[in-house]
Design a protein around this ligand. Structure first.
Ligand code: FES
Length: 141
């Protein structure tokens, strides 16, 4: 191989490598790889006795938050903790006995229905069952 050919191959290879290094992140951004997320339908949200009446707990339901509420009557209820307005995380307000979205003052009752504010739809409610010492929350079919 002549010296001139070697230099041409070397520079050409470097140029191709540089172009690939430049284009790869752009193409990866435009065409992201499909990530499969495990679908979680059931989770242990809390232990029995962990929540006194009129208390709540935020738990992780897969990649999104859920809220478990022990009502003042001692009834366990669970909802998605994502507000149906602009997806803020809701909280339980024990002094009013309602669920509040602090972002725009949206308010839900203990059935997840909108009481006031901008949320357009009720909260997604979950099934709650007790299994041994565990409080199991599952998505409704
Ligand atoms: S995001 Fe909840 S009321 Fe706006």
């Amino acid at each position: 191989m002549k010296r001139r050919n070697f230099i041409n191959y070397f520079l050409g290879g470097s140029l191709v490598g540089t172009i690939i290094a430049f284009l790869y992140p752009i193409i990866s951004f435009i065409l992201p790889t499909k990530q499969t997320e495990a679908v979680i339908k059931k989770i242990t949200a809390a232990k029995l006795g962990e929540l006194a009446p009129n208390m709540s707990k935020i738990f992780k339901f897969g990649t999104s938050p859920g809220i478990l509420i022990n009502t003042p009557d001692g009834e366990l209820r669970a909802f998605s903790a994502i507000c149906t307005h602009l997806t803020c995380t809701i909280i339980y307000e024990s002094d009013t006995g309602t669920i509040l979205c602090p972002c725009h003052n949206g308010r839900f009752d203990l059935s997840g229905n909108v009481v006031s504010g901008p949320p357009p739809a009720p909260l997604e409610s979950y099934n709650v069952e007790i299994s041994g010492d565990d409080i199991i929350v599952s998505k409704k079919a």
